[in-house]
Design a binder for this molecule. Structure first.
Ligand SMILES: [Zn+2]
Length: 431
């Protein structure tokens, strides 16, 4: 029984202002493929057949530096060229006439690391952060590939491509769908949490600045915007209540709904990005600080902040479950006072709301980013102590912007993450 794979073409609704990001991603992706093809074709006489590993070690750093692509897309570009070169070399050996592969068709390869596939939309990695595109699904899908495979939970997304149709200026996802056997589904949900490695993504939540900051240096959501909307709403509500008419009362009602919807949309978007970040870094766990008593603990926290934080955690928990990622809460004690570099903990460490300066080792970084790394470490410690220390325990690590850190403080640079390679402490701004 071979894998049953079906390709389904679905049109994407790309926001106007993000089309250019996809075009630039395609240009840089093809650049990686063509650079690799030239390199591989040039050394086909040296190596009998070129391997992906050789190409990656020869070209990865260079291409990562020359493009704005995530690590995963650079790898996909390299691999695509190597596959084409291999079949070219095979044709040459058969005496057929062929030449160095060249890539100019509009196409980008996406897998589960560079894209998050949903049944109604896809989140794609680009040169400018992620872009979320809804599928344009026809009214009646019964009997069509979209209905049979794309919307069918018995099929899962495999490596797919995004393509562009120039005459109609439309983007399409060519989704490759593979049928999942039932026992396979059960296995993958029980496997993921145990046996394997453990990598924790830490999340620091805030009442101003960015709503959520991750231990990988992603700044997600806009708490200032939420506060602003809330204040405007309360101002309008105050003046309306003074007029006291029935129509004023009704518009308060509808505004409540509108505000509520906006807030929920914002929290959904933030939760999607937290999960993208967790998947991009191969995380098995997401750690939040414990939200109990947050209004007394956190300066400036209002009732609606506590509501928003709880709701965000719920969304993340719900979505994480489908990806086999666990969500846990840790005690917030000292997470904002501890230096994530040397461990020195002191209340004077925090110079201002958003700047952390260690009094011992002079380490400086964004205060929320520092806290998120401590939150990741706390969960890691408790996972570690919960593990029966039978020598060959699974490795435990925190997901950081350019690699992982284990409990002994050993840092491992990672090739498979989306972040920059040079510094662990350079926060990455997302749109
Ligand atoms: Zn320090």
């Amino acid at each position: 029984m071979g894998d049953m794979i079906r390709t389904v073409q679905v049109k994407l609704n790309v926001p106007d202002e993000r089309c250019d990001d996809l075009h630039r991603t395609k240009d840089q992706f093809l650049y990686c493929a063509n650079t690799t093809a030239e390199w591989a074709w040039g050394c086909q006489n040296v190596y009998s057949i070129t391997s992906k590993q050789k190409a990656e070690s020869a070209l990865y750093d260079q291409l990562r530096g020359e493009t704005e692509l995530t690590a995963n897309l650079v790898q996909k570009g390299i691999r695509r060229a190597i596959e084409a070169t291999k079949s070219g070399v095979a044709r040459l050996k058969n005496g057929e006439n062929t030449s160095q592969p060249h890539f100019d068709a509009w196409s980008i390869v996406y897998d589960k690391r560079s894209a998050t596939f949903h049944r109604d939309h896809v989140s794609l990695s680009t040169v400018n952060g992620r872009v979320e595109c809804d599928y344009i699904i026809p009214d009646d899908t019964a009997g069509t590939p979209i209905g049979e495979y794309l919307l069918n939970e018995d099929y899962e997304f495999r490596m797919s491509t995004v393509q562009y149709d120039r005459p109609t200026e439309s983007f399409y996802l060519h989704a490759r769908m593979r049928r999942v056997e039932r026992d396979e589904q059960e296995q993958s949900t029980t496997d993921s949490s145990d046996a394997k490695h453990r990598t924790v993504l830490g999340i620091d939540l805030n009442v101003d600045g960015s709503l959520a900051v991750t231990s990988t240096g992603a700044f997600i959501g806009n708490a200032d915007e939420m506060n602003h909307r809330r204040r405007e709403f309360e101002k309008t509500r105050g003046s309306m209540q003074q007029t006291g008419t029935r129509s004023a009362h009704l518009s308060i009602q509808s505004m409540n709904d509108r505000e509520h919807r906006w807030m929920q949309d914002e929290l959904h978007r933030a939760s999607n990005r937290i999960l993208d970040e967790a998947r991009d870094h191969d995380c098995t766990h997401v750690a939040f600080e414990n939200l109990t008593d947050i209004r007394n603990r956190m300066a400036g926290a209002k009732r609606f902040h506590a509501w928003a934080f709880r709701r965000l955690c719920q969304y993340v928990e719900y979505k994480a479950e489908m990806s086999g990622i666990e969500v846990a809460q840790v005690s917030p004690a000292y997470t904002s006072q501890r230096c994530s570099s040397c461990g020195f903990t002191h209340e004077n460490n925090r110079r201002s709301k958003h700047q952390f300066v260690c009094q011992k080792c002079a380490y400086q970084l964004n205060a929320d980013y520092n806290a998120s790394k401590n939150i990741a470490r706390k969960l890691l410690k408790s996972l570690h102590s919960g593990q029966k220390s039978s020598g060959g325990g699974a490795p435990c690590q925190c997901a950081l912007s350019s690699g992982t850190l284990n409990l002994n403080g050993e840092f491992h640079a990672s090739v498979n993450t989306t972040a920059e390679g040079e510094s662990t402490d350079k926060p990455r701004l997302q749109s």
